[in-house]
Design a protein around this ligand. Structure first.
Ligand SMILES: [Zn+2]
Length: 112
């Protein structure tokens, strides 16, 4: 039996470790130590399986962090952008909801 956590917040915290060296905006990165999935571009991203209304579902952990800790509501075209540029980080203070197009534009600006 997998260990049960009371809330999603507990599970997110239980599956991440404070990074002692990486930080953004004055707070440390929370490195995800749970499972990783693969994105459309072959990039790994933190994922968490959970049940929603009795249905098994897999969610991106960094997105979930924004939802449960900051009450952010995602639309179908919204992405969670890592302000700290560390994909494994799930610190809700290092994440920002952005429209997909803006997220892509930022990526191109960064890589140029
Ligand atoms: Zn971070």
């Amino acid at each position: 039996m997998p260990r049960k956590y009371a809330t999603l917040e507990d599970r997110l915290i239980a599956n991440s470790r404070i990074n002692e060296t990486e930080s953004y905006g004055g707070t440390r990165c929370w490195d995800w130590v749970g499972t990783f999935g693969t994105g459309g571009r072959g990039e790994p991203y933190p994922q968490m399986s959970l049940r929603v209304n009795g249905k098994h579902t897999v969610k991106r952990a960094h997105r979930l962090a924004l939802e449960v800790f900051r009450g952010v509501v995602f639309g179908p075209d919204d992405h969670a952008d890592h302000l700290c540029r560390r994909r494994c980080c799930v610190n809700p203070m290092h994440l920002e909801k952005v429209p997909a197009a803006e997220n892509l534009a930022r990526r191109y600006r960064k890589s140029s």
